[in-house]
Design a protein around this ligand. Structure first.
Ligand SMILES: [Zn+2]
Ligand SMILES: [Zn+2]
Length: 342
């Protein structure tokens, strides 16, 4: 097998030939067909997850089951196309029992704590594969599992947005662009904030009702385009502590602020800012297998766009170029693909 491996922080990945994998009991081996390259991979490369190196990144992936381990409990077969759910979970802790398996006490993440899908093959627990249709596009399935499922989780499970509410989305990147289209789909009035003209134009294409220039003064500009009382929901997708502060500043009376973007810096906040608005700040971490199934259905019914996510495809040998493109803001997403189809 081939894998792009992170051997040192803040260094390029190394393309390495390794022994083929074989699944242990309760595991399956998946031949990777597509894997999205995400801001989290840059965060990983910078040491943000404090992963034990070497590690193979890659957590938003789709592929085909190539080998079955022993003692499987599901009727899985080789040749089955699957989406990969990147979070290994125990199934027995308080959060797993509540269906919030993304918050399992024993969480282990593919591409963070165990080797991911910047590789020709990957081994995962059987509960981490979600069968998909042969008619699905592997690159679309890959990006739906994270770039779309992450904002879906933030909007639906954490903010619990209601039709008619105003949702402000800070950042129109790989996550924010999809927060915009999903909030619109959920019947909300959507305000998108970005410093980039191209991204504001994309937000409009994806259904934003109003676009607002980001940067200094953005909270005031947001409030100026919202109705009295300000927005009910603010979704912060930018990896910036300055924007974290702006998102809270822009929140309306009684608002839910959902933080999805992460960065290494902190920000300060006066309690009265939240107290006076009776506003809440929530973290939204990843997504559940149920979120993946729901966004796959939205895509199959044509309600979600993926063109902006799957346009830039590269072979595994160009994984570093894909990361560079992301860092430089040249793309919202790249997808590493391994040929066409399944
Ligand atoms: Zn990701
Ligand atoms: Zn658990």
């Amino acid at each position: 097998m081939k894998a792009a491996v992170l051997t040192r922080y803040e260094a390029p990945l190394e393309l390495i030939e390794r022994a083929d994998l074989s699944p242990g009991p309760g595991e399956v081996k998946v031949g990777v067909r597509a894997c999205g390259v995400c801001g989290s991979d840059v965060f990983l490369q910078n040491g943000g997850f404090n992963s034990t190196l070497p590690i193979v990144p890659g957590h938003e992936a789709a592929g085909v089951i190539e080998a079955l381990g022993e003692d499987l409990t599901q009727p899985l077969a080789t040749g089955q196309p699957v989406a990969l759910y990147y979070i290994d979970h125990c199934g027995a802790c308080r959060m797993c029992e509540a269906g919030r398996v993304n918050m399992c006490f024993g969480v282990r993440r593919m591409g963070v704590e165990f080797n991911g899908a910047f590789a020709t093959e990957v081994v995962v627990p059987e509960k981490n594969v979600i069968p998909v249709l042969a008619s699905d596009d592997p690159a679309e399935v890959a990006v739906l599992t994270d770039a779309v499922a992450t904002p879906y989780h933030g909007l639906v499970r954490i903010a619990k947005v209601q039709p008619g509410e105003t949702v402000v989305v800070f950042g129109v990147g790989g996550i924010g662009s999809n927060a915009v289209q999903l909030a619109k789909l959920l019947g909300c009035h959507v305000v998108a904030v970005s410093r980039s003209d191209a991204k504001l134009a994309l937000a409009e294409e994806l259904g934003a009702d109003v676009v607002v220039r980001g940067g200094e003064g953005a909270p005031e500009r947001v409030k100026a385009v919202c109705r009295r009382g300000g927005p009910e929901v603010v979704v912060q997708t930018v990896g910036s502590a300055v924007v974290d502060s702006q998102a809270i500043e822009a929140a309306g009376i009684g608002a839910r602020v959902v933080l999805i973007g992460t960065c290494m810096e902190s920000f300060s906040l006066r309690a009265s800012t939240l107290v006076w608005k009776e506003a809440g700040v929530f973290g939204s971490r990843g997504y559940t297998p149920g979120d993946i199934s729901e966004v796959l259905d939205l895509r199959r019914s044509g309600k979600v766009e993926t063109g902006h996510l799957v346009r830039h495809r590269r072979p595994l040998s160009e994984a570093n170029d894909a990361l560079d493109d992301l860092r430089a803001g040249r793309v919202l997403r790249s997808v590493i693909t391994f040929g066409e189809g399944w």
